[in-house]
Design a protein around this ligand. Sequence first.
Ligand SMILES: [Zn+2]
Length: 447
Amino acid sequence: MKRGYAFKSCNVIYGDAGRSIDRNMTILIHEKGLIEKIGKASDVVIPEDYETIDLAGEYVMPGLINAHVHLFADGKPFTLSVNERLLKFAFHHILDTKLGRNVLKKRMKRNALTALHSGVTTMRSVGEFFYTDVKLRDEIKANQFVGPNLQVSGYFLSVTGGHGAPYLALVGDSPWEARRNVRINVKNGVDLIKICVTGGVTDAKTVGEAGRLQMTEEEVATICEEAHKIGIRVAAHVESTEGVRIALKGGVDTIEHGAEMDEEIIQLYKNNPKALKGYTAVIPTLQAGYPSAKLDTSLTKLNATIKENSRLVYDSMLKGLQQAIEHDIKIGVGTDAAMSFVTHYDIWRELDHLIRQTKLNTAQVIERVTKSNAEILGIDHLTGTIDIGKQADLIVMKHNPLDNIKALSNVTMVMVNGNLIQTPSVTRIQEVDELLDTVWDSTSYEY
Ligand SMILES: [Zn+2]
C-alpha cells in the first residue's frame, strides 16, 4: 500500500499573489492528506513507497474555495413563477416527505461532487433545507465518500415575510426570537449563521423590494453576539446600501452580494469592532446577477420584475465591489451556485467577470478565490495556499491560469485532503453554458 503521493515536474502557483510561480517542482503529499514537502525536483527525494505522478510541466495550485453556494439546485434556470399556493403544496407534499428529503440529499451530494470535480475543494453552503447540508458534511468528514470540505449554515435566519421565509428560513421577529434561532441552528450542527437583512431578487414581488430592509440592527446585533460567543461567523444576505449599513453596525462577518457604499460604510467594513475578527469582508456574487440583469428576457425567460430587480442589485453590487477594491476592503469570491444560470462547475466565470469588471489582475483574483477566501472563512490554517503542513487540496491544469483564467475551466486532476481524483468528470448543462458563452464573448475588458 502506498504511503503518499509525489507530484513531479509541476509548476506551482501558491495562491498568494506575492509569491511568483515556481517551475519544475516536486510536491510530496503524506498519507494523512497533508502537504509534506515542496521543492525543486533536484532537491526532493521521493520515498520509494510513494506513488509518483509525473505532471510533465502542468500547473498546480490550491483547490478553489467557493464562499457562497447552495447545494439544493444545479443552476438550471427556475421557470416556476412565485405562486404561494403552488409553493406551499410543493414544499409539504413533495420536498418535505421521506422520499423528497432523500431525493434532495442525493441531488445536493451530486452538486457537491460536480463542484469538486471542477476544482472546488471547499464550499461554504449558505442556506439549505432540513439540515441536509450538515448530514452531507458529516458523511464527508467520516470518509463515507470523498467530497469537498464543507462549511454549512443550515436554514437562513429571517423575519416574518422575509427572504427565504418560511420554507428556507427560521423566522424570528425580535432579538430574543432571533437568538433562539441561532441556538436552534447551532444545536443542529451548523458551522456558521446565515441571515437575511434585506429582501432578495428570487422572492421579490415588486421592483425595489429586493433590497428592502427586513431585519433591525438590534436583531442583527443579537444574532452576532450569540454566534460570536461560540466563535462562529455570521454571513448576511444584503442587497441595498441601507441594508449593508444595518448589517455592519450589527457586527456581521461577511456581507453577501453587497451594494454601493458611502464613507460610513467604508470605515465600518475596515474597522468593525463587533465582527469576530474586527473587520467585515464582502463576497460579491456577480455571476448570479449578470445574466438575469443584462440578457434579454427572450433568452432568460424571466419576467420584467425579476429582470429590473436583478439590474438594480447587480449595478449596485458591482459599484460596491469596485469601491471595496479602491478602499482595500477584504473581498472574497462566491458564485451563488444553484441560482438561475449559476452552475457548480463554472466558478472560473466569476473570476473572469472580476478581471473584466474591476481593476483586479489575474494573480489577485486567484489569491481571492484561494488564500483570501480561506481567511474569510477562518480556515487559512488548513487550506487556501500550497504550504507544508496544510491539507493537500490541490488542482492541476494543463495551461497556466495566470495567462488566461479560463485554464480553470478544465482541471485535469483534483486532490482533496490527499484523496486523488485522477480523471475528474463534470456533467455540464449545455443550455446554460451556451447562453453564458454569448455574454462573455460580447463583453470587452475594461482594464
Ligand atoms: Zn445565496
